[in-house]
Unconditional design. Structure first.
Length: 189
Protein backbone atom coordinates (compact mmCIF):
# COMPACT_ATOMS: atom_id res chain seq x y z
CA UNK A 1 0.00 0.00 0.00
CA UNK A 2 0.96 3.61 0.03
CA UNK A 3 2.20 5.15 -3.15
CA UNK A 4 5.94 5.63 -3.53
CA UNK A 5 6.39 5.94 0.25
CA UNK A 6 3.72 8.63 0.69
CA UNK A 7 0.74 7.60 2.80
CA UNK A 8 -2.56 7.44 0.93
CA UNK A 9 -5.55 8.11 3.17
CA UNK A 10 -9.25 8.26 2.45
CA UNK A 11 -11.72 10.45 4.33
CA UNK A 12 -15.50 10.32 4.14
CA UNK A 13 -18.68 10.57 6.16
CA UNK A 14 -20.96 7.56 5.70
CA UNK A 15 -24.43 6.55 6.85
CA UNK A 16 -25.19 3.17 8.40
CA UNK A 17 -25.96 1.90 4.88
CA UNK A 18 -22.67 3.43 3.57
CA UNK A 19 -24.36 6.35 1.76
CA UNK A 20 -21.97 9.24 1.06
CA UNK A 21 -24.06 11.31 -1.32
CA UNK A 22 -27.50 12.28 -2.49
CA UNK A 23 -28.09 14.51 -5.51
CA UNK A 24 -24.35 15.29 -5.73
CA UNK A 25 -24.33 16.70 -2.21
CA UNK A 26 -23.77 15.42 1.32
CA UNK A 27 -26.95 13.91 2.77
CA UNK A 28 -26.48 15.94 6.00
CA UNK A 29 -24.71 18.98 7.40
CA UNK A 30 -22.67 18.29 10.52
CA UNK A 31 -20.35 21.18 11.42
CA UNK A 32 -18.03 19.02 13.54
CA UNK A 33 -17.53 16.65 10.60
CA UNK A 34 -16.65 19.49 8.23
CA UNK A 35 -14.13 20.83 10.78
CA UNK A 36 -12.70 17.32 11.18
CA UNK A 37 -12.33 17.05 7.38
CA UNK A 38 -10.49 20.39 7.20
CA UNK A 39 -8.22 19.51 10.12
CA UNK A 40 -7.35 16.09 8.68
CA UNK A 41 -6.67 17.28 5.11
CA UNK A 42 -4.45 20.22 6.07
CA UNK A 43 -1.06 19.99 7.75
CA UNK A 44 1.27 22.53 9.28
CA UNK A 45 3.93 23.17 6.64
CA UNK A 46 6.46 25.83 5.72
CA UNK A 47 4.65 26.08 2.41
CA UNK A 48 1.43 27.90 1.49
CA UNK A 49 0.23 24.45 0.42
CA UNK A 50 -0.99 22.52 3.44
CA UNK A 51 -2.58 19.49 1.81
CA UNK A 52 -3.16 17.45 -1.32
CA UNK A 53 -6.58 16.04 -2.19
CA UNK A 54 -7.65 13.71 -4.99
CA UNK A 55 -11.26 13.60 -6.11
CA UNK A 56 -13.55 12.79 -8.98
CA UNK A 57 -15.25 15.41 -11.13
CA UNK A 58 -18.64 15.12 -9.40
CA UNK A 59 -17.06 15.62 -5.97
CA UNK A 60 -15.28 18.73 -7.28
CA UNK A 61 -18.56 20.06 -8.68
CA UNK A 62 -20.36 19.34 -5.39
CA UNK A 63 -17.90 21.77 -3.77
CA UNK A 64 -18.85 24.56 -6.16
CA UNK A 65 -16.11 23.67 -8.69
CA UNK A 66 -13.55 25.47 -6.52
CA UNK A 67 -10.30 24.06 -5.16
CA UNK A 68 -10.16 23.78 -1.37
CA UNK A 69 -8.23 26.59 0.36
CA UNK A 70 -4.55 25.85 1.16
CA UNK A 71 -4.76 22.49 -0.63
CA UNK A 72 -3.88 21.33 -4.12
CA UNK A 73 -6.79 19.55 -5.82
CA UNK A 74 -6.26 16.75 -8.29
CA UNK A 75 -9.52 16.23 -10.19
CA UNK A 76 -10.07 13.00 -12.13
CA UNK A 77 -12.37 13.03 -15.16
CA UNK A 78 -12.60 11.39 -18.56
CA UNK A 79 -13.69 14.73 -20.09
CA UNK A 80 -10.70 15.90 -22.10
CA UNK A 81 -11.71 19.59 -22.09
CA UNK A 82 -12.75 19.76 -18.42
CA UNK A 83 -9.91 22.08 -17.33
CA UNK A 84 -10.93 24.55 -20.05
CA UNK A 85 -14.65 24.27 -19.17
CA UNK A 86 -14.01 25.08 -15.51
CA UNK A 87 -11.30 27.73 -16.01
CA UNK A 88 -8.62 25.57 -14.40
CA UNK A 89 -5.95 25.79 -17.10
CA UNK A 90 -2.71 27.15 -15.63
CA UNK A 91 -4.00 27.12 -12.05
CA UNK A 92 -1.43 26.12 -9.43
CA UNK A 93 -4.03 24.82 -6.98
CA UNK A 94 -6.01 22.52 -9.29
CA UNK A 95 -4.92 19.89 -11.79
CA UNK A 96 -7.23 17.92 -14.06
CA UNK A 97 -6.11 14.37 -14.81
CA UNK A 98 -7.69 11.44 -16.57
CA UNK A 99 -6.83 8.50 -14.31
CA UNK A 100 -6.25 7.70 -10.66
CA UNK A 101 -2.71 6.54 -11.49
CA UNK A 102 -1.88 9.92 -13.06
CA UNK A 103 -3.33 11.74 -10.05
CA UNK A 104 -1.44 9.59 -7.54
CA UNK A 105 1.85 9.94 -9.46
CA UNK A 106 1.64 13.73 -9.64
CA UNK A 107 0.32 14.06 -6.08
CA UNK A 108 3.14 11.86 -4.76
CA UNK A 109 5.79 13.94 -6.52
CA UNK A 110 4.31 17.17 -5.15
CA UNK A 111 3.95 15.71 -1.64
CA UNK A 112 7.66 14.84 -1.62
CA UNK A 113 8.61 18.31 -2.87
CA UNK A 114 6.71 20.11 -0.11
CA UNK A 115 7.35 17.44 2.54
CA UNK A 116 3.77 16.29 3.10
CA UNK A 117 3.35 12.78 4.48
CA UNK A 118 -0.19 12.11 3.27
CA UNK A 119 -2.24 12.36 0.09
CA UNK A 120 -6.00 12.48 0.78
CA UNK A 121 -8.61 10.76 -1.39
CA UNK A 122 -11.89 12.59 -0.76
CA UNK A 123 -14.40 11.01 -3.16
CA UNK A 124 -16.54 10.06 -4.80
CA UNK A 125 -17.76 6.50 -4.94
CA UNK A 126 -15.63 5.25 -7.84
CA UNK A 127 -12.45 7.07 -6.76
CA UNK A 128 -12.79 5.63 -3.23
CA UNK A 129 -13.24 2.14 -4.63
CA UNK A 130 -10.38 2.37 -7.14
CA UNK A 131 -8.01 3.89 -4.55
CA UNK A 132 -8.52 1.14 -1.94
CA UNK A 133 -5.61 -0.79 -3.48
CA UNK A 134 -3.22 2.04 -2.53
CA UNK A 135 -4.86 3.11 0.72
CA UNK A 136 -3.00 2.85 4.04
CA UNK A 137 -5.51 4.62 6.29
CA UNK A 138 -9.21 5.45 6.22
CA UNK A 139 -10.86 8.14 8.31
CA UNK A 140 -14.62 7.60 8.40
CA UNK A 141 -17.27 9.61 10.15
CA UNK A 142 -19.99 7.08 10.92
CA UNK A 143 -23.31 8.93 10.90
CA UNK A 144 -26.08 7.11 12.74
CA UNK A 145 -28.77 7.29 10.06
CA UNK A 146 -29.89 5.39 6.99
CA UNK A 147 -30.30 7.22 3.69
CA UNK A 148 -32.82 5.26 1.64
CA UNK A 149 -32.67 7.53 -1.42
CA UNK A 150 -28.91 8.07 -1.58
CA UNK A 151 -27.13 7.69 -4.92
CA UNK A 152 -23.45 7.41 -3.94
CA UNK A 153 -22.05 4.82 -1.54
CA UNK A 154 -18.74 4.10 0.14
CA UNK A 155 -17.30 0.67 -0.74
CA UNK A 156 -17.45 -2.21 1.70
CA UNK A 157 -14.19 -2.14 3.63
CA UNK A 158 -11.88 -5.05 2.88
CA UNK A 159 -11.03 -7.25 5.87
CA UNK A 160 -7.45 -5.99 5.59
CA UNK A 161 -8.47 -2.84 7.50
CA UNK A 162 -8.62 -2.76 11.30
CA UNK A 163 -10.09 -0.10 13.56
CA UNK A 164 -7.24 1.52 15.49
CA UNK A 165 -9.05 4.48 17.01
CA UNK A 166 -12.57 5.78 17.47
CA UNK A 167 -14.15 8.72 19.21
CA UNK A 168 -17.02 8.66 21.63
CA UNK A 169 -20.44 9.02 20.03
CA UNK A 170 -21.25 12.71 19.51
CA UNK A 171 -24.51 14.51 18.72
CA UNK A 172 -25.12 17.31 16.23
CA UNK A 173 -27.95 19.51 17.49
CA UNK A 174 -28.77 21.11 14.13
CA UNK A 175 -29.19 17.86 12.20
CA UNK A 176 -30.27 15.81 15.21
CA UNK A 177 -27.79 13.10 14.16
CA UNK A 178 -25.33 11.07 16.21
CA UNK A 179 -21.90 10.33 14.75
CA UNK A 180 -18.38 9.20 15.62
CA UNK A 181 -14.95 9.41 14.01
CA UNK A 182 -13.25 6.08 13.27
CA UNK A 183 -9.69 5.47 12.00
CA UNK A 184 -8.87 2.28 10.08
CA UNK A 185 -5.36 1.14 9.19
CA UNK A 186 -4.44 -1.47 6.62
CA UNK A 187 -2.76 -4.50 8.20
CA UNK A 188 0.86 -5.01 7.20
CA UNK A 189 1.71 -8.43 5.78
Amino acid sequence: MSYANIQVAQIAAISSNRCIGKGNDLPWHISADLKHFKQMTTAKTDSAIQGIVIMGRKTFESMGSKPLPKRISFIITTQTDYAEQKGLVGRDNAHVLHSLDEALTQAESLAKDIELETIWVIGGERVFSDALTYTDRIELTHVDTEISDGDAFYPVLPSAFDIVQQSEKMHDDKSGLDFKFVTYIQKKD
